[in-house]
Design a protein around this ligand. Sequence first.
Ligand SMILES: [Cu+2]
Length: 474
Amino acid sequence: MTHLTAHPTQASLSRRHATGALLAGSVAAPLLPKLAYAKGSHATSVPHPGTYAPGRPGVDYQPTEIPNGYKLPFIVRDGVKIFEIVIDEFDHEFMPGLTARVWGFNGVGAGAAIEAVEGDQVRIYVTNKLRAPTSVHWHGFILPSGMDGVGGLSQPNIPPGETWVYEFPLVQYGTQMFHAHHDEMAQMGLGLTGLFIIHPRRRQTNPAARDFAILLHEWKIIPGSRRPDPNEMTDFNIFTMNGKVFPATAPLVVRTGQKVRIRFGNLGMQNHHPMHIHGYSWKIVETDGGVIPPAGQWPETTVLVPVGTTRTVEFDADYVGDWSMHCHMLHHIMNQMGHGLPNVIGVDPAQLEARVQDLIPGTMVMGTTGMGDHGQHVTSGHMPVPENSVPMVGGEGPRGYIPMGGLMTIVKVRDGITSYGDPGWYENPPGTEPRAATPSELARDGIGNPSIAPSAKPVTKDTTLPPPMNHQGH
Ligand SMILES: [Cu+2]
């Protein structure tokens, strides 16, 4: 079977008259029960008797943007939207300097997305090019139990080399996901996760002008190795947005005044991610269970995205600038952070280096003032690290080195832009950026005067502290 590359033409969008008649066609899919309305909290915008023309991008819905990611193309045949998923192993670049052999959908590790419309009938071919069996689960969907994709429970696994077909109607809308559901820890840990965005059939009043979706994922890639370790349970060291780490994450570019929607999904192994935005607060408007009524939406600057869920936030982009948006679990904004090392914070590096260099010439003591300079040393080539690794590497910013990595990107809000290409760095208007205080300012405001700032008093030895611990009894 060839890859599907075409979007539907007007002529191909023939109206589907009856589900049963379609399924009697060329594909040997099981007869689907007619699903009624989505029950519970799942969101619907129209009744679901079963007959809707396939939703058209730009006409029936505004496509969602997948920064750095890849949206699967589709074709329409006899009123059914047809997608093709190829599961394979390939080299994936997390950022320049770090590439690893991952498993993924259509050549993308943890960053592929399917997009469709409530009421669409979708037919999804899955080709397994792995040497292992697999299956695909549609996470958060209301569908026939047999289409749920759990290997061994709802279906036999797809053997290596075979192409299987899933087919079901979309009776809800929202931000859902899909992932392998056989040998889950290995197959998801190697990257078999994706997003599935379902737009409402009825166009909403005041929809967001900018609609982004970001799948969060986590990996264990030992510096110098070329494969993620699927046996890791807790100690992940690469955290990705649609498969990329900062500084390789694309900025979210927005025009001032636009309403912005960001859909976060998390199909990681273990970690929850408190995603935080600078300069704004947002409201959580949807989860993968449905729409939150306006009375239940509260403002936050950090939304927790637990593993196995999606969270959708919205805000009005009223404030121009470059605004960091990142996970607030701080080791999730470090690429391949080393740990289990001695704590040398506060150690005098000159003395320590002099002593250690007697034993090991060329020793460079780092970390005595923190880890912020580590990535810069690596980036500049000043500090050797294993080939194919980015330990604590960040990126060059407009005003210095940014020692962040992982789950971090920048929301770039600009006045009057007509293109959503990267507008470059924001220029702070004069007087809106901190700077070194002048002596006359210090004198004017009494800065450094102990009577105003108690911490400016000379440090005196605190005799109330207990004596140093005696280790002899250990
Ligand atoms: Cu996190």
